[in-house]
Design a protein around this ligand. Structure first.
Ligand code: AMP
Ligand code: GLY
Length: 427
């Protein structure tokens, strides 16, 4: 069976690799993919947002399932596009319809959804040009720091956390005026939650769901969680404070009401849901939803799944996920992101990468790499995600950091403290 994976980062490399280990004979295609996926699948030079080009690729390659990695094609309605096209309607897309993807594509939609279904989340109000004169008053009801979120997709940059009231009022005006383009014409202002973050993931066919391993990612560029936000500098799974009791609460108060709420609202959600959570004194709150898997979280989640990923995807496509089983290993997986110097600000590209073939005790997922006439070079800020498994987090981290010593490119940087805030023993 031929499967097309859309995307080009470490997440898509990890998904492709997991599928390549399926017991089913699968032929894997990735659009556009990267040199990591090229080694295990066929890369197609197709932009996932060019739906007509995706359609041509599906037909020309007899694709029977499409797995969507990033959010943008989902928010743009790739699933709806397939369902309304006579030639594509029989090809299942793993990923929600446009309305379901609004859980990620509109913070206002997500917050209102959580309120409708009594899902714990920070108190909020949404402002736009029409009611922005009421915002200063609302801000006054909150204690600093103030959390301002662009309603729409803003490439992970649309959240501002400000200590100063006046600054918050000024930034709100700038956002509504278009600081993040159309994405911030509406702004969610919400209560600041104090706690420790983690992410939970499920795969669902719209009725049944399977909980995937949880993960914690490290978003700040600097050690000790300092400096600018990035797409993610590393991740760990499992998360030591995500005890079975805590995860039961996540399931009862968040996962079940979300899946039931989607169904009650007639939203056909088939795919992954990523719950960005805050553990506030043992109680889980939703900070955000994403309509996809995380990156780099996927690079620690999938290596811990022992069951066949294709079996789960098939369960989603056929609507019988409840009959499938997921088995996870108890080892700890860590990933450390090697980034290009300067990231997340300006950084160079095209630096020669060497040494990946010397790595034996880790999996090297390609994130921002390119093949330049037979040489592997950097092509993005996040370059490689170096994942290892160990009986403890320390053991896994030692492996990843030893592997990183073998890999070289100009300006390479990684955080040396991934997992620093977690207990260092296995759960
Ligand atoms: P988001 O893009 O929604 O994930 O927000 C980016 C980051 O801002 C999150 O990972 C949190 O660290 C932080 N954040 C967002 N909302 C809140 C909140 N209500 N309280 C505290 N921190 C938050
Ligand atoms: N690592 C965060 C994300 O994928 O959104």
């Amino acid at each position: 069976m031929n499967i097309l994976i859309l995307g080009s980062g470490g997440r898509e490399h990890a998904v492709t690799q997991k599928l390549s280990q399926s017991a089913k004979p699968l032929k894997l295609f990735v659009a556009p993919g990267n040199p990591g996926t090229a080694a295990i699948a066929v890369n197609l030079p197709v932009d996932p947002l060019d739906f007509d080009a995706v359609k041509a690729a599906v037909i020309n390659n007899n694709i029977r399932m499409v797995v969507v990695g990033p959010e943008a094609p989902l928010v743009e309605g790739i699933r709806d596009f397939f369902e309304s096209d006579a030639e594509l309607a029989s090809v299942p897309v793993i990923g929600p319809c446009r309305k379901g993807a609004l859980l990620e594509g509109s913070k206002d939609f997500a917050k209102a959804f959580m309120y409708r279904h009594n899902i714990p989340t920070a108190a909020y109000r949404t402002f736009s040009a029409e009611n922005m004169d009421e915002a200063p008053l609302f801000l006054k009801t909150l204690r600093p720091p103030y959390v301002l979120k662009a309603d729409g997709l803003a490439a992970g940059k649309g959240v501002l956390i400000l200590d100063d009231y006046n600054e918050a009022v000024i930034e709100l005006d700038a956002m509504i005026a278009g600081r993040f383009g159309k994405a911030s014409n509406r702004v969610v202002i919400e209560e600041y939650l104090t706690g420790i973050e983690l992410s939970a993931f499920v795969i669902t066919d719209g009725v049944s769901y399977k909980i995937l391993p949880e993960a914690k990612d490290y978003k700040r560029v600097g050690e000790g969680d300092t400096g600018k936000n990035t797409g993610g500098m590393g991740a760990v799974s499992p998360v030591s404070f995500a005890t079975p009791e805590f995860m039961k609460r996540v399931e009862q108060r968040i996962i079940i009401p979300t899946i039931d709420g989607l169904r009650q609202e007639g939203i056909d959600y088939k795919g992954f849901i990523f719950f960005g959570l805050m553990n506030v004194k043992g109680e889980p709150y939703v900070i955000e939803y994403n309509a996809r898997l995380g990156d780099p979280e996927t690079e620690v989640i999938l290596p811990r799944i022992e069951s066949d990923l294709f079996d789960l995807l098939e369960g989603v496509a056929e609507g019988n996920l409840g009959d499938r089983h997921i088995k996870c290993c108890g080892d700890t997986a860590v990933t450390v992101m090697m980034v290009s110097g300067g990231y997340p600000d300006e950084f160079g590209k095209g630096f020669l990468i060497s040494g990946t073939e010397e790595v034996t005790e880790s999996i090297v997922y390609h994130a921002g790499t390119r093949n330049n006439q037979g040489s592997l070079v950097t092509s993005g800020g996040r370059v490689l995600a170096v994942t290892s498994l160990g009986r403890t987090m320390e053991e896994a981290l030692e492996k990843s950091y030893r592997s990183i010593l073998k890999i070289r490119f100009d300006g390479a940087y990684c955080r040396k403290d991934i997992g620093f805030d977690l207990q260092t023993t296995a759960r």
